[in-house]
Design a protein around this ligand. Structure first.
Ligand SMILES: C[S@@+](CC[C@H](N)C(=O)[O-])C[C@H]1O[C@@H](n2cnc3c(N)ncnc32)[C@H](O)[C@@H]1O
Length: 474
């Protein structure tokens, strides 16, 4: 991409700021100055439901390219989030649908749009809507708090669609739905077209090829993904490959679901255990795994400068804390909301660190996006360790390092019940085989510098061996 994210955000904010001011001064507003696409029809034509009750300052500032409300099937009482809420048209219609027990939040990064939306809110007299200034790439919204996300002709404007879908996934409750109208293409814009900031901010050259769009939605962790062209809704496009040739731009209807399985997983033995011990985990862990062992493993990884590093099964963020100052970007993944809440507290104020609620076998991350992946004492909780290793290898860049520290095979059966361990450690040869199958080479498996000192139920302390397995993605 020829323009950096900052430039794109500035160009987009500038354009929509001007449009928001124009409606105030009664100038005519059109989002389609230079657009010859299906985008930006008159709001009367755009929506299946009645829009005549809306004041002119709302319908006149309708800049969408479709009707996300028709896709969303909103129910009374739901919490809805509108990405890029503009003058608020979709928020107001959603607010009527979810009723007084529901809540609608509109997020927009253009202050003039937030001002217009708040004035419009006073005009329509709906109290269950609020507008927040913020970017859709880093939403000012609590995790797992939203039932349905809608958006109308906005995601195409973002320079970082992967971050948008990752954030959407974070804030949705398990089972929550994404229902979006957006401009997409089949085929590719040239570098010169992409670099044209006015075409970008007019909802043209930021539009992504459908295959790449679906990849970003899937990488965030969504399932049941559907993409249909607004003008030809009978044909499902989510499975088509990369479009060849010049871009054909069109308005699309995109839906996807955040899987329920995370919720089901909350009742797995591991998640029940970690929900119970999250508060005291740091104390418990320090008894059997030392900072020295962690730091020795980190040193052996020989991270490159400015490394982007993941920690799988991050728990309360122990490994991330050891990586502070040694990596530029850090992401912790864990399936326990309670452990992640502690990790957020432990790493409060560290802007380079983010947390993602995730299953180890479907990490919400792009292929080849990390310089190193760490997993400390996670593998023996993974239902399928070989699949977990394959998934960690998937998100490594070629040449990136996987660093797993875990227990050597042992016979302390009581640990399954007491600590929800799925596996009583591992044979190092098994780990080596899983690494090879996952496309990793230069495998080095050695003793970690120390042992895991556990107290047994009979209060007798035992020392279990710990290995550190380092390898490079080929
Ligand atoms: C084409 S308008 C659509 C507005 C509204 N959804 C509608 O249908 O009328 C795009 C809106 O998205 C906002 N926007 C664009 N990129 C954004 C981003 N990265 N974060 C937050 N808001 C963004 C703009 O400020 C603008 O209000």
């Amino acid at each position: 991409m020829a323009n950096d994210s900052l430039e794109i955000h500035e160009a987009v904010r500038d354009r929509y700021g001007r449009l928001a001011l124009a409606i105030q001064t009664q100038e005519s507003v059109s989002c389609c100055d230079a657009v010859t696409s299906t985008c930006c029809a008159d709001s009367i034509d755009l929506y299946a439901s009645d829009t005549r009750w809306l004041p002119e300052t709302v319908s006149g500032l309708s800049l969408g390219c479709g009707d996300p409300l028709a896709l969303s099937r909103l129910q009374p009482g739901q919490t809805v989030l509108d990405l890029g809420s503009g003058g608020g048209i979709d928020c107001f219609m959603a607010a009527r649908m979810v009723g007084p027990d529901g809540l609608v939040i509109g997020v927009d990064m253009t202050p003039e749009m937030i001002d217009r939306a708040n004035e419009n809110k006073n005009k329509v007299g709906l109290n269950n809507v609020s507008f927040r200034l913020g970017q859709i790439e880093s939403l000012p919204v609590e995790s797992e708090s939203v039932d349905v996300i809608i958006s109308n002709c906005v995601i195409n404007l973002s320079p970082d669609k992967t971050a948008v879908f990752r954030e959407a996934f974070r804030v949705l409750k398990p089972g929550g739905k994404l229902a979006v109208s957006d401009m997409v293409t089949i085929g590719q814009f040239s570098a010169a077209e992409r670099a044209d900031l006015s075409a970008w901010s007019e909802c043209v050259s930021g539009a992504e090829d459908v295959a790449a769009y679906v990849t970003a939605v899937r990488a965030a962790g969504f399932t049941e993904i559907s993409v249909r062209e607004k003008g030809r809704p009978d044909t499902e496009l989510s499975m088509i490959g990369d479009g060849a040739g010049p871009a054909r731009l069109f308005s699309a209807q995109i839906t996807a679901v955040k899987p329920e399985s995370l919720r089901e997983d909350l009742f797995s033995a591991s998640n029940v255990y970690f929900a119970e011990v999250a508060e005291e985990w740091d104390t418990l862990r320090s008894g059997f795994f030392t900072e020295e062992m962690r730091d020795a493993a980190i040193a052996r990884a020989q991270l490159p400068l400015h490394a982007v590093v993941a920690d799988i099964g991050t728990g309360t963020g122990f490994v991330l804390q050891g990586l502070l100052g040694r990596a530029e970007t850090l992401v912790g993944f864990d399936s326990s909301p309670e452990m992640l809440a502690r990790a957020r507290l432990n790493l409060d104020g560290q802007d380079q660190v983010t947390m993602r609620l995730a299953q180890g076998t479907t990490l919400p991350a792009d292929d080849g996006s990390f310089d190193a992946v760490f997993a400390n004492m996670y593998l023996h909780h993974a239902p399928d360790p070989a699949a977990a290793i394959r998934e960690m290898a998937r998100i490594l860049k070629p040449g990136g390092k996987l660093v797993i520290t875990d227990l050597d095979r042992h016979d302390q059966e009581w640990m399954r019940a007491a600590m929800a361990d799925q596996w009583l450690g591992f044979e190092r040869d098994d780990v080596r085989g899983w690494y090879l199958d996952a496309g990793l080479g230069e495998i080095d498996i050695d003793c970690a510098e120390g042992t895991c000192d556990c107290s047994t139920p009979s209060a007798e302390a035992i020392a279990l061996g710990i290995f550190v397995a380092i390898a490079r993605k080929q």
